[in-house]
Design a protein around this ligand. Sequence first.
Ligand code: FRU
Length: 495
Amino acid sequence: MKLLAILIPAIILAAGPAKSQEKYRPAFHFSPKEKWMNDPNGMVFHKGVYHLFYQYYPGATVWGPMHWGHATSTDLVRWNREPVALYPDTLGYIFSGSIVVDKDNTAGFGKAGQTPLVAIFTHHQPELEKQMTGKHQYQSLAYSLDDGKSWLKYAGNPVLPNPGIVDFRDPKVMWYAPSKKWIMTLATKDRITFYESPNLKDWTRLSDFGQNLGGHGGVWECPDLFTLDYNGKKIWVLLVSINPGGPNGGSVTQYFLGDFNGKTFTPIDKETRWLDYGPDNYAGVTWSNTGNRKIFLGWMSNWLYGQTVPTEKWRSAMTIPRDLRIKSVNGKLYVASSPVAELARLNHSPVTLKNFIANSDTSLSSILKVKDEKNRIHLSGPAIGGYALVFSNEDGEEVVVSYDETKNKYSIDRSKSGKVNFDPLFTKLAYCPRLATDKAFSLVAIVDKASVEVFADGGLSVMTAIYFPNKPLNKVSIRVKKPIRFSEVKGYAIF
Ligand code: FRU
């Protein structure tokens, strides 16, 4: 009996790549077993385990009173579903936020040498919201003394009350060693406000950033502040999601590069940069406590249609985790994203073709032995020309990833991808400029049943899109107007 009691929850909670029989259920992307999920929250690496918490409503497949769901992984690609970590309470729903490892026990939650994990999140009080005071979102704490398994809310919540700013949320907290302070990066309507604290409980406002910079087509949400090394220098990166206002409509993540001196963020220039031009990568942030490595993950959906997509039991998945790096294009810096190397563990039956010439419509399915709709295709070439990578089925449903030479843009066309009429904007062609200027090119497309993630030119041009074919898109081909020579075409099955 006892053994059975241990085994059953383990079987129910396992979310490994093998379990993907449901239509549209991704195999190697995290998705909740059932019900509604949005933003990734509280991502922290602790004692060899990657924790992924997320906005979760266990009562329906649409947004509702927010909880923090929880999943864990030791390799970023095989996820175990864990019990819900945080439930709404009298102070409100549990909105997005972050987790830090409080190694020095600055908040005093640690007992008998245990290292506390401290969650800093937004409480959203729906009753107060109705009173229209603008004070219904405030920041609170919860802590875990058993490495993230169970959580206690701090009795002194909220730790940062709302001064009357209607959108006041999504704290991302990091340790800033030079001043020995915690820095909170908070989205405050149309800007970012930085706060500092010695103990995670008492917060002092430092500065504002961005009211006249970047995209302002929608509210600012889910920021992140961290450094990336570039040529021995530290570049500060500030991620800010906005909804709506993306270059292709709806929700999207922009970023700023610059310097943070412990008090203020100074950008290197006034350009608005987008982390991923595709329609389906939102509210993403990076894992805490991963040292110099910065690993990003986003919600693979869009507020335009996230609540109406045609999955039955659950709604939405996360992107694959991505490593972030700084790259320079003619002296101008950008953040490039690439799929984490750990994903290669799921690659199988690689086929490599050298000096492959594509003419008009060239099927790759049989040569690459790609028959499943979970695969990874790499294309690279010495001289970029127009081409399209097409994922399709026998009914003519297709998702087309293209590079258009005349426009110098990549695009994803999902207008004929199957079920599309749950939102009028779903069929809109999504564009991404090619930032790289060299002739040599590369493109990696990662497909997992109902999504494609495209990383072109070493992750300088990135696009993510979801889709819902009536039958699996189990064919891959290359379409070209003029013959094009790929120095290499590589395909893997992923499972
Ligand atoms: C972003 C967001 C956050 C908020 C959460 C609520 O998608 O709107 O700003 O904390 O979702 O679920």
